[in-house]
Design a protein around this ligand. Structure first.
Ligand code: FE
Ligand code: ZN
Length: 482
């Protein structure tokens, strides 16, 4: 019996026990052992469970979505529009742009329409009530347990005091303030020494406006949301992913699930298609493909099985082969290769995409790392609540100088200056679903098992959970392929 190089590579990534299982199963039966044969032993025919028994579908599958024309519009994305040279003045412009646009959103609230420039606080009378909009330069707890927030705007600075024991609600709000975001503060002026001072009575975020209704598709089509495949990693769950592909092909699933598959017109992947190379220390030990081109080739081979009437939207994540600083342009053709030959639309991170008139904001989610380490009680497990905070802050990566590196483009692409219908993120490998002011916040989980990185940090992934958005009904469903 002899193994093809691909089969050998697959086995090498699996450890002794599984390799032995494969060799025992095939010995004496097969002369040439291909990758396909190895896979068949390791991951027997995909089936989806229905009421406790395994069922393969035998009825015919009629893809309704094949009769509907795709309506994809990339509304905004940095791809092809990156002009930054990364100079200091570019960063100043970036923050000015962020400030101006978020202040614009805050001013849409009637009470903040005439917010004062910080410069005007000087010379105001003690005790006068003011509203200001500023960028948070610093937030710290003082020795007395009060919170001090230093605000900046293009005209000056102010020190905002949040006194402990005055209002629980205000204290909680103040605890959610993060550096570099733009907030509105209502309070009374205190004559100060150097900086003008405000004693806070309320803190507000730009937030989402109240909307009558979300956008819906006219046709009964669905978008399937996934992310974080990490192809190339030994922990990539190929069997689970293939089961997912079989479902898209209409081969498995109970009636309601097959109905969703038949109406699926879009597949959106929110980054981390591959595990990449040199992303974290000793990564080589956890890779079964240590060549970035092969990793993308493998992704293309898998996605080839996606029925050709489905548009595939591919955005990058921090493991993909594009600049890691945000905004990230699309995975380039030189490395993405055959991904460009599929029925695909390559977009950047973040990207605003309209699918059948439903507005998606796709963002991989790197900023969750910074938020989780700064905000109180903001564990990775409350995925959707973190996404809702971003919606309230109207910014995808409010904190500067953490894990998220920023490219100072002429405008801040990470400002959420419009209202999406769906915010689709990944990155934390935990699927989650939330809704805030008629916006769905979907974290599409992963197809990667537990990595050593996650084990060390006590993160439990939820692989194989796929979110299906019914674009006509504006309703999501989660199917578990694990
Ligand atoms: Fe990931
Ligand atoms: Zn990621």
């Amino acid at each position: 019996m002899c193994l093809t190089p691909e089969a050998l590579r697959l086995l090498e990534g699996r450890g002794e026990e599984e390799a032995e299982k494969v060799l025992l199963a095939l010995r004496g039966k097969e002369f040439i052992v291909t990758q396909e044969l190895v896979r068949r032993v390791l991951e027997p025919a995909p089936e989806v469970q229905e009421e406790g028994r395994m069922e393969l579908s035998h009825t015919s599958f009629k893809p309704l979505a094949a009769e509907v024309e795709a309506r994809v519009e990339v509304l905004r994305d940095v791809t092809g529009k990156s002009y930054s040279r990364g100079e200091v003045k570019d960063f100043l412009n970036l923050f000015l742009d962020r400030y101006e646009r978020l202040r614009g959103l805050l001013r849409e609230r009637s009470d903040y329409a005439d917010a004062l420039p910080l410069r005007e606080l000087r010379g105001m009378e003690e005790g006068e009530l003011v509203r200001v909009v500023g960028m948070v330069a610093e937030r710290r707890e003082t020795a007395g347990g009060h919170l001090l927030i230093r605000l900046e705007d293009p005209t000056g600075q102010a020190a905002v005091w949040v006194f402990r024991g005055k209002s629980e609600e205000l204290m909680e709000k103040a605890a959610e303030v993060v550096p570099d975001e733009v907030i509105g503060v209502e309070g009374t002026v205190r004559s100060g020494d150097k900086l003008p001072r405000i004693v806070a009575r309320d803190i507000v975020w730009p937030d989402l406006p109240v909307r009558a209704a979300a956008n819906r598709a006219e046709e009964p089509v669905c978008a399937v949301l996934i992310s974080d495949l990490h192809v190339g990693s030994k922990m990539f769950l190929r069997g689970t992913f293939e089961k997912f592909l079989s479902w898209l092909e209409g081969k498995v699933g109970k009636a309601s699930q097959r109905d969703m598959a038949s109406r699926t017109k879009y597949l959106v992947v929110a980054g981390d298609l591959v595990d990449g190379i040199g992303i974290y220390p000793q990564q080589e030990e956890e890779l079964y493909l240590d060549d970035i081109f092969q990793q993308y080739e493998e992704v293309a081979r898998l996605l080839e099985r996606v029925p050709d009437y489905i548009k595939i939207i591919l955005a990058p994540g921090n493991h993909d082969a594009v600049r890691p600083s945000e905004p990230q342009p699309a995975i380039p053709r030189e490395v993405g290769g055959r991904l460009y030959d599929l029925n695909s639309v390559m977009v950047g991170n973040p990207a605003w995409v309209s699918l059948h008139g439903v507005k998606f904001l796709i963002y991989h989610g790197r900023s969750f790392d910074d938020l989780a380490s700064t905000l109180p009680g903001e564990g990775r497990n409350e995925v959707s609540s973190m996404m809702i905070r971003l919606l309230k802050k109207r910014h995808l990566a409010p904190m500067y100088g953490g894990k998220v590196a920023v490219v100072p483009e002429e405008r801040d692409f990470l400002v959420i200056d419009e209202v999406p219908d769906v915010l689709h993120c990944g990155h934390i490998h935990i699927s989650g679903l939330g809704k805030y002011k008629k916006v769905w916040a979907v974290n599409s989980g992963t197809f990667q098992g537990m990595t050593s990185y996650m084990r060390e940090r006590g993160i439990v992934p939820t692989p194989g959970r796929v979110t299906v958005m019914d674009l006509q009904k504006n309703h999501p469903w989660v199917i578990d392929f694990a």
